[in-house]
Ligand binder design. Structure first.
Ligand code: ADP
Length: 316
């Protein structure tokens, strides 16, 4: 009963430019650290990170909501205890809630000897996303659980496609401004023009083909969003200039991460990624907006677990 697992649950980028709600990818950094063990009765105990005032009530913490959904599918007297140290700031747009929800179910599955499939785990973790944003979306959860780039072909029924991807550097800037997910959803147009939809379909297909064939130029050409970005980017100061400067420095392209305020750029080489990071820092320093940057790569592993040899929980 005292066996513990340690989980590394990385950030994820959803709404991958033209792939609103359907394409996302896992990052190497930043990553939340979590520790878990089994309990001998049906309950969930959460020790959230004290630095962020997150709920301890398992029904209100996304990790708890995901684990309670998993317990509903288990006909045995067992439960889970979870400790979370957050390195992904909640509300940053790089999948903070998804890391906790998906990390918790991946950790639980490791404690249970891997009895659930990855698709089952996505289904459980989506209860966490429903709690965080009101919508049961999977484009942050799935890349965490499957690793790499994932396509959510359908939510009902759930159909996740893990896509191959060439090595890609990811540079992210998180301007410390608040963009409420509800506001970012409320401003979206509910109707789109057929001519814009056709351009978007072309880009989604081009992006998937480019990732599969490792065609960087095709990936770059396909990283354009005609539907969401023109509306949402007004919530992010300096967005157009940032994108223009990053592309001029060699970035393949990029856009808003999740519903913002973070912005990401994909790059083919480390040297270009460092140049892009400098541009981000200079631009937001110039605008007088506090910010944080990450220069990392797409993680094909996603969430990982290992036995924890330095126990964090007191013996039961
Ligand atoms: P992000 O895109 O960074 O995940 P969201 O706005 O989708 O940001 O999710 C953060 C919301 O989820 C916050 O309201 C936060 O209080 C809530 N939340 C509940 N439990 C957690 C948790 N364990 N980790 C992160 N956020 C959590």
């Amino acid at each position: 009963m005292n066996n513990e697992v340690k989980i590394l649950a990385p950030g994820t980028v959803a709404n991958m430019v033209c792939g609103f709600d359907i394409l996302g990818f896992a990052l190497h950094q930043p990553a939340d650290e979590m520790w878990m063990r089994l309990l001998p009765e049906k309950r969930v105990v959460i020790h959230p990170d004290p630095q962020y005032n997150l709920p301890t009530d398992p029904e209100k913490n996304v990790a708890g909501a995901a684990l309670l959904a998993m317990l509903d599918a288990i006909d045995e007297p067992l439960g889970f205890e979870v400790k979370i140290t957050k390195h992904i700031k909640p509300g940053s747009g790089i999948g903070s809630s998804a890391a906790s929800a998906a990390g918790a179910v991946v950790g639980a599955n490791a404690l249970l000897g891997g009895r659930f499939s990855k698709t089952d785990l996505v289904q459980f973790a989506m209860f966490g996303e429903k709690l965080a944003s009101g919508v049961k979306h999977a484009d942050n959860i799935a890349p965490g659980i499957f690793g790499g780039v994932t396509l959510i072909r359908s939510i009902l029924p759930l159909d996740v496609v893990a896509l191959p991807s060439p090595e890609l550097y990811v540079v992210i800037v998180h301007p410390q401004i608040e963009v409420r997910t509800a506001d970012a959803r409320a401003i979206l147009r509910q109707k789109i023009l057929l001519k814009d939809a056709i351009k978007q379909w072309g880009n989604i297909a081009g992006l998937v083909a480019g990732l599969t064939t490792k065609d960087y130029a095709l990936i770059g050409r396909s990283l354009e969003d005609y539907l969401i970005e023109p509306v949402r980017s007004i919530l992010i100061p300096g967005f157009d200039l940032l994108k223009q400067q990053c592309k001029a420095a060699g970035a393949l392209g990029g856009g808003i991460s999740g519903s913002g305020p973070s912005v990401f750029m994909l790059c083919q080489t480390e040297a270009i990624a460092h140049a892009v990071e400098k541009i981000m820092i200079n631009l937001y320093t110039g605008l007088g907006i506090a910010h944080h940057t990450y220069c990392t790569t797409i993680s094909n592993a996603g969430i990982t677990t290992q036995p924890n040899n330095n126990p964090v929980f007191a013996p039961l």
